[in-house]
Ligand binder design. Structure first.
Ligand SMILES: Cc1cc2nc3c(=O)[nH]c(=O)nc-3n(C[C@H](O)[C@H](O)[C@H](O)COP(=O)(O)OP(=O)(O)OC[C@H]3O[C@@H](n4cnc5c(N)ncnc54)[C@H](O)[C@@H]3O)c2cc1C
Ligand SMILES: O=C(O)[C@@H]1CCCC=N1
Length: 381
């Protein structure tokens, strides 16, 4: 079967790309190895954080449009995808990371308030602000309903004439003017291919002769019980939070208000232990959960400091934690979206837009140099 475009991988990035291609009247096939919906990649689960609190202007610029595109998808699909809660950023006040985000927020006029220590508990009850930490509340931060968002992108894609073949694993890619994609149950051809394979990107791209420095880690997604039900609830406008440089661990900790499991707040470590994507559940390292328990007991006294629910997800990390959004260096009709490094969901619609632009040969709406493949080749380490 011949298509104009094939997209491999129906996570949020592939589904959003397919949606933009179909809206541009391109005959598009979206291939997914698992039967949808599934919980084996990076886009499953009920919730993700959306925020503009970033240190780099290039992310902040893309997020301005991302909020608009999420709102458009909400309208098209007729479902609510975003709930505003605010995003609380905490971290060593004089530390580089906190200062860089704070000044980027001021420079970009992101609606926010600096919470002074003496007023912190009045605004954010039931949280202990670490000594030496500053706090900023970004008012546009909030929760994205991830599973719903993924389904919405796929449904709107299909309503624009797109085809989804799930339960079909791509096992070979033969580049050419007409690319041949072989799955475990069929063969397809297209003039253009977009690869958005999440944790499997490294393996799939190696079939095309491209080696990318991507590392897959398993994340323990932990939910903690409220001692007083509702005290950290989305319905009480408790914000999402990011804790930079917690005392207990090397990487950040983040959380979302209780919502999907009533009475349970999601608090996770922003790093995990390396895994093979097909062997995710053999990875049983729980050192991150121990660090989270200490943090929860010190800073969130209203939560029971042993998780009630632990689920799994995966990050696909690049060395600099910036995404890969580029053409294949050897085949200009193959476009790659990969390495979303645990922070890509909020950008889904805008990433779909730029991958669509790249594969249609249009000028991308953003400077994509921070996301180039060449950055790894110039300095392989
Ligand atoms: C626990 C956790 C919390 C997160 N929190 C946030 C957050 O708060 N905010 C935020 O912005 N981001 C967050 N992220 C990151 C975000 O969820 C990811 O960046 C994003 O989901 C990546 O999407 P993707 O489409 O690249 O990957 P995936 O969702 O993994 O999609 C790739 C798809 O490709 C398919 N595939 C792979 N190989 C093949 C093949 N050979 N044939 C066919 N199909 C194939 C896979 O099955 C999969 O469905 C979080 C991630 C995790 C794990
Ligand atoms: O991307 C996000 O906002 C979340 C929270 C911080 C760490 C990773 N994901």
């Amino acid at each position: 079967m011949v298509y104009e475009y094939i997209v491999i991988g129906a996570g949020i990035q592939g589904s959003s790309t397919a949606y933009h291609l179909a809206k541009n009247n391109k005959k598009t096939l979206l291939l997914e190895q698992f039967v949808l919906p599934h919980s084996r990649g990076s886009s499953h689960g009920q919730t993700r954080i959306i925020r503009k609190a970033y240190e780099d202007d290039f992310y902040i610029n893309m997020l301005e449009e991302s909020y608009e595109l999420w709102a458009q998808l909400e309208k098209e699909a007729g479902v609510k995808l975003y709930r505003r809660t605010g995003l609380l950023l905490m971290g060593p006040e004089k530390g580089k990371d906190f200062q860089l985000i704070k000044s980027a927020m001021q420079r970009n006029k992101i609606p926010s308030v600096v919470l002074e220590r003496h007023e912190f508990s009045q605004h954010i009850p039931n949280v202990n602000l670490t000594s030496g930490d500053g706090a900023i509340l970004e008012s546009t931060g909030g929760v994205l309903y991830a599973d719903r968002a993924l389904r919405a992108a796929q449904t709107v894609f299909q309503s624009h004439g797109g085809t989804i073949n799930d339960g079909e694993k791509v096992i070979n890619i033969e580049p050419g003017d007409l690319i041949t994609v072989t799955t475990d149950s069929g063969t397809y051809q297209a003039k253009n291919l977009v690869i958005t394979a999440g944790p499997w990107a490294k393996t799939l791209l190696s079939h095309t002769g491209l080696q990318l420095p991507l590392q897959v880690v398993r994340i323990n997604v932990c939910y903690w019980k409220e001692k007083v039900p509702g005290s950290y609830s989305i319905n009480n406008r408790f914000p999402c939070f990011i804790q930079i440089h917690p005392k207990e661990a090397e990487h950040d900790i983040y959380g979302l208000p209780s919502n999907e499991y009533p009475g349970l707040m999601k608090v996770c470590y922003h790093m995990g232990t390396e895994t093979e994507p097909d062997e995710r559940d053999r990875q049983t390292d729980r050192r991150d959960v121990d660090a989270l328990s200490s943090y929860v007991s010190r800073c969130f006294p209203g939560l029971v400091s042993v998780p009630s629910v632990v689920e799994s997800c995966m990050y696909t990390m690049t060395p600099d934690k910036h995404f890969v959004l580029d053409r294949h260096p050897s085949y200009s009709n193959i476009v790659i979206g990969a390495g979303f490094s645990g922070h890509g969901f909020k950008f889904g619609p805008v990433i779909g837009k730029v991958l669509c632009e790249l594969s249609m040969g249009l000028n991308p709406s953003y400077d994509l140099s921070p996301f180039s493949i060449q950055r790894f080749q110039a300095n392989p380490k």
